[in-house]
Design a protein around this ligand. Structure first.
Ligand SMILES: *Cc1c(COP(=O)(O)O)cnc(C)c1O
Length: 950
């Protein structure tokens, strides 16, 4: 008889190999069971350190029902809080065809341009949108949030300002409070003094190297900054302006009044509030400063045939190259959200956007008139969408009345309140607001207020330049056109919905549909991050439960969910270490040991907290050289602050000496930061919080199933041991008021349901099984490929962890074929390349994850072996050293028509294995020329004429 209890089918859905496959793979490796395999991989000294229980996982249906109950505890009031977060309508075709579409959300950061032309085009549209609206010359492809973008602007000004004598940064009191908080956090370790004040009363501009202004101001005022900017410039200070994109459709853009940087949030362009994130921030500057810009930048280049092709320009992977001298530590940014914002602009076009702005402004003007008629003093003469009211002793009562009416207002202070209108405001909302403020008096009639109401924008600051005249913002205004444009772009790209993406260190695993479903529920999407706590009880339960789950998975005692990427987790973690040392009077501890194999974000982060990086060596087996580490720890004993170490190492090995390494650091007074990007090899098997780590970040967008979104969003929570809990990031809206590292208290809160769902459905045993299969899959690939490509490192047992590095350098020597050639040839086989040249130049790092089936692993191995055969043909002289399928890869469809002059056939070029006939990915461009692109940097959509000339 069939069992009547619900079976958990999810674990086997999440995991790729079937039981018979697992058995076959284990047999190839010579192990009797999966436990026997992983018992051999995990070093003796840390075995059994996991404290994850074996609680059973919920079925998909049960987990969805449970999270629905949690979600329903969030209350959705009509919110007028503003302060950088506004209501918006995500256009349905963008919601369905982009935000909820795996072709968009499962893609990786577009480092391989040939398979990324679709999202690169969308990001170029974003950059064009930003330069156009801000009036600046160049914009990047997104930053993490407005507050961190402002902090990046501060350090950017510091690097570029000619006023080298000053260490002071002026920040207007009219900036959003959360921006000021993050600025203070960032400034302190760098010795920068943030002076918050009223820009109207600045007497000596030469006291500052830079300044931050808000436009329109946080309280709603619109100030004319022209004269002020000129004064700062005369004093050699640079000026950054945090500006609202919707307002810029009507107002003179910062670029036209002299700003050196424009930054802000693109949230209100169709991205749900989501309790604070994820949202895309933007950053734009002058052309002359482009080389110092933080974040990723999309640029035009040409492909092998001289045709236009897009790629990431200059700063690509810059932390890996410039290490502690990098301009910023940002790696994962907010690509998916930038793409939503850019498509919102594509869909609405200049007319639509301007209309939304005008309507929002018009409703605000009507409301202001009504409030004045009711006897309120509206503080603004000029405003766009935000008003502040001096409500004196009535303030508290008004908040109460508003909440009774289902309305949230902004709590400026005990005597004033604020309100911001937005795209979702309609006549009924204005009437509801007036009813609250009427307090029993007759409500002024909307129609009467609306007659004769005039715009309240300052005449001298009305925008005169056109907005968004580029064709891309003027042709996709019907839903059919937009739907097809989204499909056309998605079809150009390879994402996880087409094939395995074997990127080492990046953990491209399944982002299950059941995990994704709650993300776009209104119960999670419609909450403002600063709504009163009683309205976010669902979020409060979700985050509390998630923190407990992550503590169990890592062996730590406390978690902060605030950092919105791994890099930001590193930053928060090092800040906690720094604060801990300071609290003990250990002010001199400023040295951070980092093994040479570390990810580039590690040294880049250490320098952001004012630490000095000392690099330690690795031995020939890829392990941290413990003798060197010990010598350096002892040499710097007095000043040792921390070690940053990745575990299992970026070389793909579980180092046996990890406990000893942690001990050496502790013995010398330092703290151990374990970079948790490789947590996918450890969950349920061993726990960094139990074998010596004091703090780790996790990349929820790697191990814990949040999709990469084409380069973001991410979540980079940190786990800490109990002694560091007091130093976790705070926020004005949390118990600890200081030390915010993100604009919102829970960072990218609205994607946390993904991880909650994953852990809930997998349960303790399922999570452990996932780690085991991840290790099995990696070892299976290593074993199948080792006779064709040398596997660079393995443990003393001959096994790798959850990823393996193939050494292409000997092949390069014997055949002239490079890692690039292998990576690009994989595209012809329908695969995304593995991680290239990290952590060792001339190598490929492969991480299959547990989600890939044996069929897919074999398909990949077969492709790699077929490529090796081609290389052998080059070595043997059967294929020309320069004109061969590897050097010319990837091959486009266009190349096949017309004359074929290569010394190999068309079939070999595009159908190297017969299985491809059934489903072939065609790259839209040939190999992209990187050098050309950097020499001729173009980072916005060129005009149609420029295309035609080319
Ligand atoms: C991915 C990664 C990081 C950076 O994380 P982001 O989320 O991209 O900022 C840091 N360290 C290692 C080892 C990584 O693989």
């Amino acid at each position: 008889m069939t069992k009547l209890t619900t079976q958990n089918e999810f674990i086997a859905r999440h995991i790729g190999p079937r039981d018979a496959d697992t058995a076959a793979m284990l047999e190839l490796l010579g192990y009797a069971s999966i436990d026997a395999l992983t018992d051999n991989v995990i070093p003796e000294s840390i075995k059994g350190s996991s404290i994850l229980g074996s609680q059973p996982g919920l079925s998909e249906a049960d987990a969805l029902a449970k999270i629905k109950t949690i979600a329903s505890k969030n209350q959705q009031l009509k919110t007028f809080i503003g302060q950088g977060y506004y209501g918006t309508h995500t256009p349905s075709p963008i919601l369905r065809n982009l935000l909820e579409n795996p072709a968009w959300y499962t893609a990786y950061t577009p480092y391989q341009p040939e398979i990324s032309q679709g999202r690169l085009e969308s990001l170029l549209n974003f950059q064009t949108l930003i330069t156009d609206l801000t009036g600046m010359q160049i914009a990047n492809a997104s930053l993490l949030d407005e507050a961190t973008a402002a902090a990046e602007a501060m350090t950017f000004c510091k690097r570029l300002s000619k006023n080298k004598a000053s260490n002071a940064f002026f920040a207007s009191q009219h900036c959003h409070p959360q921006t000021l908080d993050v600025l203070r956090t960032r400034a302190e370790p760098l010795g920068i003094e943030v002076v918050v004040g009223d820009e109207a009363s600045i007497t000596d501009a030469s006291a500052y190297f830079g300044a931050l202004l808000q436009y329109p101001a946080s309280n709603g005022d619109i100030f004319d900054y022209r004269e002020l900017v000129a004064r700062f410039h005369t004093a050699n200070a640079l000026v950054a302006v945090a500006a609202d994109l919707l307002a810029l459709t009507l107002l003179t853009p910062p670029g036209e009044f002299g700003a050196d940087v424009a930054l802000g949030s693109a949230q209100r362009f169709g991205v749900p509030l989501g309790f604070g994130g994820p949202h895309a921030a933007y950053f734009a500057t002058r052309d002359a400063f482009k080389r110092d810009m933080p974040g990723r930048l999309v640029g035009m280049s040409i492909d092998r045939f001289g045709k236009p092709a897009l790629r990431l320009a200059m700063q690509t992977r810059e932390q890996h190259i410039r290490r502690e001298k990098a301009t910023s530590n940002i790696c994962t940014a907010q690509v998916l959200l930038a793409n939503i914002a850019s498509m919102y602009a594509v869909y609405h076009g200049p007319k639509g956007l301007t209309q939304i702005a005008q309507r929002t402004h018009q409703f605000t003007a009507i409301l202001a008139k009504g409030l004045r008629a009711l006897g309120y003093s509206v503080e603004q003469t000029f405003f766009f969408d935000t008003l502040s009211l001096a409500t004196a002793s009535k303030t508290a009562a008004l908040h109460t009345a508003a909440r009774k009416a289902g309305i949230n207002l902004r709590e400026i202070d005990s005597e004033r309140l604020g309100l911001s209108l937005d795209e979702t405001t309609d006549q009924a909302s204005v009437e509801a607001l007036l009813a609250v403020f009427a307090d029993g008096k007759a409500v002024p009639a909307f129609a009467e207020l609306a007659t004769g109401v005039s715009a309240q924008l300052p005449h001298g600051l009305l925008r005169e330049s056109a907005v968004l005249s580029h064709p891309v913002f003027n042709r996709y205004h019907s839903e059919t056109e937009l739907m097809r444009y989204l499909r056309k772009l998605a079809d150009k790209d390879l994402a996880l919905d087409r094939s395995m993406i074997p990127l080492g260190s990046c953990t491209m695993k399944l982002n299950a549909a059941s995990e994704m479903i709650p993300v776009t529920w209104a119960e999670f999407g419609n909450l403002h991050p600063f709504a009163p706590a009683e309205q976010s009880q669902g979020y409060s339960q979700l985050t509390t439960e998630l923190e407990a789950m992550l503590c169990a998975a890592t062996g730590y005692d406390g978690i902060s969910l605030q950092p919105n990427a791994g890099s930001q987790g590193e930053y928060a973690g090092l800040l906690a270490i720094r604060a801990y040392h300071l609290s003990r009077g250990d002010d001199q501890r400023d040295i951070c040991l980092i093994p040479q194999s570390a990810h580039g974000t590690n040294p880049a982060t250490a320098s952001m907290v004012g630490m000095r990086v000392v690099v330690t060596a690795c031995d020939s087996n890829g392990n941290v050289d413990i003798i060197d580490l010990k010598a350096k720890a002892e040499e710097h004993k007095e000043r040792l602050a921390a070690l940053m170490i990745t575990y299992p190492s970026t070389h793909g090995v579980f180092e046996e000496g990890i406990r000893e390494i942690c001990q050496i650091i502790h013995d010398n007074g330092g703290q151990v930061y374990i970079d948790g990007a490789n947590m996918n090899a450890m969950v349920g098997l061993c726990a960094p919080g139990q074998f010596g780590g004091d703090v780790s970040h996790l990349n929820l967008h790697k191990t814990f199933c949040i999709p990469h979104g084409g380069g973001g969003p991410g979540v980079g929570p940190i786990g800490v041991k109990s002694h560091l809990i007091p130093f976790l990031p705070g926020h004005a809206s949390m118990a600890r008021k200081e030390g915010a590292v993100s604009a919102a208290p829970f960072g990218s809160a609205s994607i946390l349901p993904i991880t909650w769902m994953y852990i809930s459905m997998m349960g303790g045993d399922g999570l452990k099984r996932a780690s085991q299969i991840a290790i099995l899959n990696a070892n299976y690939i290593a074993r199948r490929l080792e006779e064709h490509y040398p596997v660079l490192y393995s443990g003393s047992n001959g096994l790798v962890a959850h990823e393996c590095i193939l050494d292409i350098r000997p092949i390069k020597d014997s055949s002239g074929i490079s890692v690039d050639d292998v990576a690009k040839r994989l595209i012809d086989f329908g695969f995304h390349a593995p991680t290239m040249s990290f952590p060792v130049a001339g190598t490929l790092m492969i991480e299959p994850t547990e989600s890939e089936s044996k069929e897919e692993l074999d398909r990949f191995c077969d492709a790699m072996i077929a490529i090796r055969e081609e290389i052998r043909a080059v070595e043997a002289g059967h294929l020309d050293a320069n004109d061969n399928p590897l050097k010319n890869a990837p091959h486009t469809a266009l190349e096949l028509v017309g004359e074929w002059t290569h010394g190999y056939s068309r079939e070999q070029a595009v159908y190297p294995t017969a299985t491809l006939i059934d489903g072939k990915y065609w790259p839209p461009v040939g190999r992209v020329d990187n050098v050309f692109g950097d020499r001729n940097l173009i980072c916005a959509c060129p005009s149609i004429e420029a295309y035609q000339d080319a």
